[in-house]
Design a protein around this ligand. Structure first.
Ligand code: ZN
Length: 322
């Protein structure tokens, strides 16, 4: 009887790239989601096109691995990026002016041919959901809806353990789900989208509008963080703006509960840092709007995985879709 080989397998790692509107992070990540090495650069460059900048950063992460962890096997490069991503071709279907000349970029193809490694590209919210599902609050959960409240509002739907993608990969664009059909016009061309009420950008903008309506002026208008601080301090205009944000989120989440019957709602993004004062209001508004049979026993919680979760999820894709 042949003896089984006992050769030690080299440890596997993947490169994770998180491409945001302001920063790009790259890391060397193992299959447990541990960050072994990490680098970060501003997204905006003056000396080279964005795609060359991305290649340079990926190359730097690989360079570290080759020198500091030569014994490891790099199984591929996973990318989570801002913008709309076609799945599984990894073409950027649309990106705002924050990422200039990015729309139409065949990102997966370019990075594959640059490094000769398997490459998986998805949008930033979908890869964060992988981190949350494997390492965070979504462990042991098959049906989950995630929202990120930051500069914009992102969303992801996980059904039966699989990210819902739709026709070309755009499913889960919760930020542009209308919550008021007579509401505020949105940059997307729609009316009354959730993002117009519940993103950090819109919270600040709506507060500035109220200040102007009251005849108040400020040299440096308060940012989202300051609006939140004023809300917690009982400022009337800030309360009005935040009440609208919570009602909009409640309407959206109730709709999502009815559509997808999730076990768990996860809230991430910069605004989630407010913690319980934010979550308790979102719960109140969502639970009163959803049918009890859909809302009962569905926790609305803050994402457990914080900074780096986009980069980690980007890398985890290599094992996820193996
Ligand atoms: Zn919209």
């Amino acid at each position: 009887m042949a003896r089984l080989g006992r050769e030690k397998q080299p440890p596997e790692v993947a490169i994770g790239l998180d491409i945001g509107g302001t920063k790009i992070h790259a890391g060397v990540i193992d299959r447990d989601g541990t960050i072994l090495h990490m680098i970060g650069y501003p997204t905006q460059t003056t000396d080279m096109p964005l795609i060359e900048h991305i290649k340079r950063i990926a190359g730097e992460a690989l360079h570290w691995q080759r020198h500091a962890m030569a014994e490891a096997e790099v199984i591929g490069i996973g990318i989570g990026t801002a913008g709309q991503v076609e799945w599984p071709s990894g073409i950027i279907r649309y990106a705002s002016e924050l990422l200039p000349n990015y729309t139409g970029t065949p990102l997966k193809e370019i990075i594959t041919s640059a490094f000769g490694l398997p490459v998986i590209v998805d949008n930033d919210v979908n890869v964060m959901a992988i981190t949350e599902a494997r390492l965070g609050t979504g462990r042991n959960v098959k049906h989950m809806v995630g929202l990120t409240l930051g500069t914009g509002v992102g969303g992801v739907v996980v059904a039966n353990g699989v990210i819902l993608r739709g026709k070309w990969g755009g499913a889960g664009e919760i930020g542009h789900m209308p919550v008021d059909f007579k509401g505020i016009p949105c940059i997307c061309g729609g009316i009354g989208c959730l993002e117009q009420y519940a993103s950090g950008t819109s919270i600040a903008a709506r507060y500035h509008e109220r200040m102007a309506a009251f005849g108040e002026t400020a040299d440096s208008p308060p940012d989202t963080r300051e609006v939140v601080r004023r809300w917690m301090a009982g400022d009337t205009a800030a309360i009005e703006v935040m009440d609208d944000a919570f009602r909009a989120l409640g309407a959206a989440i109730a709709g999502l509960m009815h559509l997808y019957n999730p076990e768990l709602i996860v809230i991430g993004g910069g605004l989630a840092d407010i913690g319980e004062p934010l979550l308790s209001r979102i719960r109140k508004e969502a639970y009163t709007r959803a049918m009890p049979s859909f809302a009962e026993g569905v926790p609305i919680v803050r994402a457990a995985s914080g900074n780096g979760s986009g980069m980690i999820g980007a890398a985890l894709q290599l094992w996820e879709y193996r």
